[in-house]
Ligand binder design. Structure first.
Ligand code: CO
Length: 141
């Protein structure tokens, strides 16, 4: 069911410092910060050859990652995102198999403008998993 690893998201306490480390120390292709108010985060995309890293920092009140950073003040891996071709079908299969989809169980539009959903970390060995619907015809050649 799952396809490519779309991204690994890391919550960071200092976005500028984290971006500088990826750019200057690791020599990665680091994009400019991007405010996503509807998701309560500011994100810096780090484009790697085979996937992306997303550096996340809370934006505004009730950011979904504020609590995570409170519990992990030095930052830490927040979630990993796999691509699926059919997110509604994936959700059905997962729920039938006993996994819990977070929220109301319905996909919503994620940070890349594509449908996403999140799976309960307790069902996946302590890892928050995001699924993002990427149609095969949208994949770069
Ligand atoms: Co994500």
């Amino acid at each position: 069911m799952i396809g490519r690893l779309n991204h690994v998201a890391i919550a960071v306490p200092d976005l500028a410092a984290a971006a500088a480390k990826y750019r200057d120390l690791l020599g990665a292709d680091v994009h400019h910060p991007h405010d996503l108010p509807e998701h309560g985060v500011t994100v810096v995309f780090v484009q790697l050859e085979n996937t992306k890293i997303e550096l996340l920092h809370p934006l505004g009140e009730n950011s979904p990652i504020a609590k995570f950073l409170e519990a992990n003040p030095a930052g830490g891996m927040h979630h990993i995102c796999f691509e699926v071709p059919d997110i509604a079908g994936a959700a059905r299969t997962l729920v039938e198999g006993g996994a819990r989809v977070l929220g109301d169980g319905k996909p919503r539009i994620g940070a890349h403008g594509l449908p996403v959903l999140f799976l309960h970390p307790k069902d996946f060995d302590g890892t928050l998993i995001e699924l993002e619907e990427v149609k095969p015809d949208l994949l770069p050649a």
